[in-house]
Write a protein that binds this ligand. Sequence first.
Ligand code: SAM
Length: 292
Amino acid sequence: MYRNTDLSDKSKLPSGLYIVATPIGNLQDITIRAIETLKTVDIIYCEDKRQSSVLLSHYSISTPLSSYHEHNAEKMRPVLLEKLQNGSSIALISDAGTPLISDPGYKLVSQCHDLEIKVITIPGPSAPIAALSASGMPSDHFYFGGFLPAKETDRRRCLEEMKNFGHTLIYFETPNRLLSTLEIIKSSLGNRLVCIARELTKTFENIRRGTADELLQYYQSEGVLKGEIVLLIKGAEEKQETLNPHMDQALSCLLQVISTKEASSLVSHLTGMSKKILYDRAIELRRNEDEE
Ligand code: SAM
């Protein structure tokens, strides 16, 4: 299940693009393999050199550092690809967390695959996953929507589109838009359970859960503190659709004179019950009748 890498032999690092996750706040949240990789690659590309220098100097990493961010990506991508094709080992890091998760790098990684350049993942922290795992929200399925739009109408539309989604919703949000977003959740999705995961792994980490209304009241009275936020919303409750004896009776009568599809469609129309559930039940009733 596990594989061990010999981290002492620095000459063995194969050429390729290393996608290296870095801390989302606490400098200690970095893997041994990430540190060794950053020490050993030929060059590290980061979003903001000033930001990444703090991390690199903390771990005495002196590998050359260069920039790859959304404003120079088009220009830099061919440069990186050429280096990789010439046998270099390159690490890509972002300001925090896992590169490419609402951070630059997607086109670069995609082109590496097209050109058969090796892509190696060095996994580690990521704010949405850290938030989900600490939120107590259902976590077996979820939807990650990145940053919610800045414009209120777009934000409302974006959330309304997910109204019937039955699993946890995860978004990045900013403190200055939080109250407005909670209002939208309450009015458009209903008074659902929400979790605000703020400043994870940092000094003022705070994970607060409540209904949209409770959190709205809390932040209205306390004020929204600055910091980085992951917002989680509980998925839509599944409507419990249960067949009742009247539906069975109606189906049985109709099955004498019309097809399974027509009977289930008609009862669905009359009762509002799911056509699929009624169709499955109609097949069952037909089978029972044939067996009798
Ligand atoms: N790639 C990063 C990752 O894997 O975590 C996410 C980058 S995205 C540009 C930055 C957003 O992530 C922030 O605006 C905030 O919403 C969220 N975020 C990052 N660090 C966080 C933290 N320590 N606590 C809460 N949210 C955080």
